[in-house]
Write a protein that binds this ligand. Structure first.
Ligand code: MOS
Length: 720
């Protein structure tokens, strides 16, 4: 099905299942601990042995010798494969550093060996007995600030319109500040893990924890140089991804090599320290933001220049992602620099770009509002735009940012807030209130599915993943609704390379794309059923197919009927700017003597088209808000500049926020309809909840204390 023009009809306006609060269909499996995660495939690979990885102990350089004799002779060991044993493996999709093979070390904790043993402890103990001799590379300059100063002002701007210099020269009020966001780790609960059966070196089965079945499938084929047809990939349950599991990583590669060498299936989970330095992370950013405003508060100019690091050929965080499009303003200059540094690989982490960019831009907006002596909610409202600021012929498909701010201000009690920084106290706690805007792009990707009607059951097959987001549930809702059946009639089969290729889960494109693909497959199934029965334009409702005088229960159709289709997106979407919008409101207490911060309450108002399931959508948004609190207050990959690695590589020293840190979280969905986005008029929301949450905390902390901190995380030492 090609989605070729905006939906003008009221399709799904009377929905009975879509949009209704629905508990997770996979909930019972999860809470009873019976959902089979990748490291626990005792059902599928009961004889799997234990793999344990060894990571490089230098930041970059090469390996001159490895002595694995002691490891091979250690108790219980079945196989040892070192990186010197095999040629450098090809790189899979978006792998920047090589995952294994050869003597070159590109980053700390790069995988350099795998040990297979009968127990986990034996494998771990043996791995520690591998002797490695390194030749360290030249010390590298890892000072991002200094690197930014060297490139600042250079290169073609990514976005440039209007006479920016004149705007800044003539503006009534100008602000100009530097902001820093640190490297961040996804820190999902389930580490990268795979069980692989490549025991005869022929066909390969990979039970893994991955967001993108098809990308992963292709990458495994490329990496090992084998036909995709010989590889089966399954990832039915994923204990969090946040972007870390978009790509093939070392867990699957090492388990495969270990399996081939030992002649048995092997399971391998990356130990937490290796997750931090072996896989990917969100790069730190340095950002300079200059704003120019007229006395009435309208923006005259926005100047955003940023830098991030990555390995050569990679992508760093683009903190300027939102700046061309989020706010109105007559002129703009936007430039992002990506600087090569020999550090662990950087890649996407939840809301890549906007999450970091808004951490700076939304403080800058707060600072400008203060300079203008204007309410920060009002300042944002008057700088709303309904068109792409650089191309007024491109309207937003559906944008209700102003309503987010207004509804939020009302619900939060913004009018009662503390208006003078440092001016409100509750015992030893300084109380502050903050607001920030939220924006995240609304990407959609092609997505396919198969729908099968079999003895009154509706079976949906798609390689779509559920990374904890609720895909099983919203897809089942979509299928049941489209077929006029009940949720109990739907059987979900997902996340297997044998099923039609879906969008996968990432970039908050999963929900809108995959449900559209399932809608397409179900419409194809309806057509097939109608054809088989010789019915004209039938309706499907209450488990029946009805046309004229004919009414037949779908459970009375004895023959299995199956249809496959995919959603594809027409070029008409290029004529629109598509995004999701929101506003965050936060109340904090900052301890007057210790500087300790407690988030007292948070509210997010979200504009993301039709909300397919308010239960799972709310979970996504409050999860994002918690992540935003971590980004604001504690998350910080501590770079050892001398050695080129992150020193706090575990969950004891890389501190994330948890729900219990925030006693009161509220979410309001505007639940509008975006007929340009998808046939269901829905957009993703999984990343929007993070965008703007951290700067709302930061602005509340400023409001509480009168101390403006522009370097995340906003730890207590910066407030006393
Ligand atoms: Mo997301 S960072 O594309 O999983």
């Amino acid at each position: 099905m090609k989605f070729n023009s905006p939906v003008e009809t009221n399709l799904f306006d009377d929905a009975k299942i879509i949009g209704k609060p629905t508990q997770r269909v996979d909930g019972p499996l999860k809470v009873t601990g019976t959902a089979p995660y990748a490291y626990e495939r005792n059902d599928a690979a009961p004889d799997a042995l234990y793999g344990y990885p060894l990571g490089a102990a230098i930041g970059h350089g090469r390996i001159t010798a490895m002595d694995a004799e002691a490891a091979r002779n250690a108790p219980g060991v079945r196989a040892v494969v070192t990186t010197l044993d095999i040629d450098p493996l090809e790189k899979g999709m978006n792998n920047v550093a090589r995952l294994f093979g050869g003597n070159e070390v590109q980053h700390y904790h790069q995988a350099i060996a795998v040990v297979v043993a009968e127990t986990f402890e034996q494998a771990r103990a043996a791995a520690a007995r591998i002797d490695v001799t390194y030749e360290e590379g030249e010390a590298a300059d890892l000072d991002l600030d200094a690197a930014f100063r060297r490139v600042e002002g250079s290169g073609e701007p990514d976005t440039l319109f209007g006479d920016v210099d004149a705007a800044f020269r003539d503006a009534a009020v100008v602000t100009d500040q530097m902001y820093h966001t640190p490297g961040e780790s996804h820190t999902m609960m389930e580490p990268h893990a795979s069980t692989v059966d490549w025991s005869d070196g022929g066909d390969m089965t990979v039970w893994t924890s991955n967001q993108m079945i098809n990308w992963n499938h292709q990458s495994i084929a490329t990496t090992f140089g084998i036909e995709p047809e010989r590889i089966r990939v399954e990832s039915p349950y994923v204990g969090g991804g946040f972007g870390a599991k978009l790509w093939l990583r070392a867990d699957a590669v090492l388990a495969a090599l270990g399996s081939r060498a030992a002649g048995v299936p092997v399971k391998l989970a990356l130990p937490r320290p290796m997750v931090m330095n072996n896989t990917t992370h969100r790069s730190a950013t340095v950002q300079r933001i200059r704003l120019a405003a007229n006395p009435d508060g309208t923006l005259k100019g926005i100047w955003h220049e940023a830098a991030a690091y990555c390995l050569p050929g990679g992508r760093g965080e683009n903190a300027t992602a939102q700046t061309p499009i989020f706010y109105a303003g007559e002129t703009r200059r936007v430039k992002n620099h990506v600087l090569d540094m020999p550090l662990p690989e950087t890649a996407d982490m939840r809301a890549p770009g906007e999450a970091s960019g808004l951490m700076a831009l939304e403080i800058a907006m707060d600072e400008m509002a203060e300079a203008l002596e204007m309410d920060p909610v009002r300042f944002r409202i008057i700088n709303d735009t309904q068109v792409n600021p650089s191309d007024p012929d491109i309207p937003f498909s559906d944008r209700h940012f102003v309503e987010c701010l207004e509804r939020g201000a009302e619900a939060f009690g913004w009018a009662e807030r503390n208006t003078s920084a440092g001016g409100r106290r509750d015992g030893d706690w300084l109380i502050g209130h903050g607001v920030a805007g939220a924006y995240r792009g609304a990407l959609v990707l092609p997505s396919g599915a198969r729908a099968i009607l079999d003895g009154g059951k509706l079976i949906i097959e798609t390689d779509m993943t559920d990374i904890g987001t609720g895909s099983y549930t919203i897809i089942a809702q979509t299928a049941a609704e489209t077929m006029g059946m009940s949720l109990d009639d739907v059987e979900m089969r997902m996340a297997h390379s044998a099923y039609p290729v879906s969008s996968g889960s990432g970039g908050q494109f999963g929900a809108p794309s995959s449900t559209s693909g399932v809608y397409a497959a179900c419409m194809a199934l309806r057509e097939k059923i109608a054809g088989n029965l010789g019915l004209q334009d039938p309706t499907f409702a209450d488990g029946n197919v009805v046309s004229g005088e004919t009414r037949m229960s779908l459970s009375d159709i004895n023959e299995e009927v199956s249809a496959e289709d995919a959603i594809e997106w027409g070029d008409f979407q290029d004529g629109y700017a598509m995004g999701t919008f929101g506003a965050h409101f936060v109340e904090v207490g900052v301890h007057a003597y210790t500087g300790e911060t407690r988030v007292r309450r948070m509210l997010a108002v979200c504009d993301a088209g039709r909300i397919l399931n308010p239960v799972t959508a709310r979970s996504q948004v409050i999860g994002g808000m918690v992540m935003g609190v971590g980004a604001a207050l504690s998350e910080d990959m501590a770079l050892d500049r001398g050695r080129g690695f992150f020193a706090n590589h575990d969950m004891a020293s890389y501190e994330v926020a948890v729900h219990a840190d925030i006693p009161d979280q509220q979410v309001i969905f505007l639940d509008t309809l975006d007929g340009v986005a998808t046939p269901l008029k829905a957009k993703g929301v999984g990343e929007l909840g993070l965008c703007g949450a951290a700067p709302a905390v930061a602005n509340a902390m400023y409001n509480a204390t009168g101390i403006r901190v522009r370097d995340y995380p906003l730890t207590m030492d910066k407030f006393i």
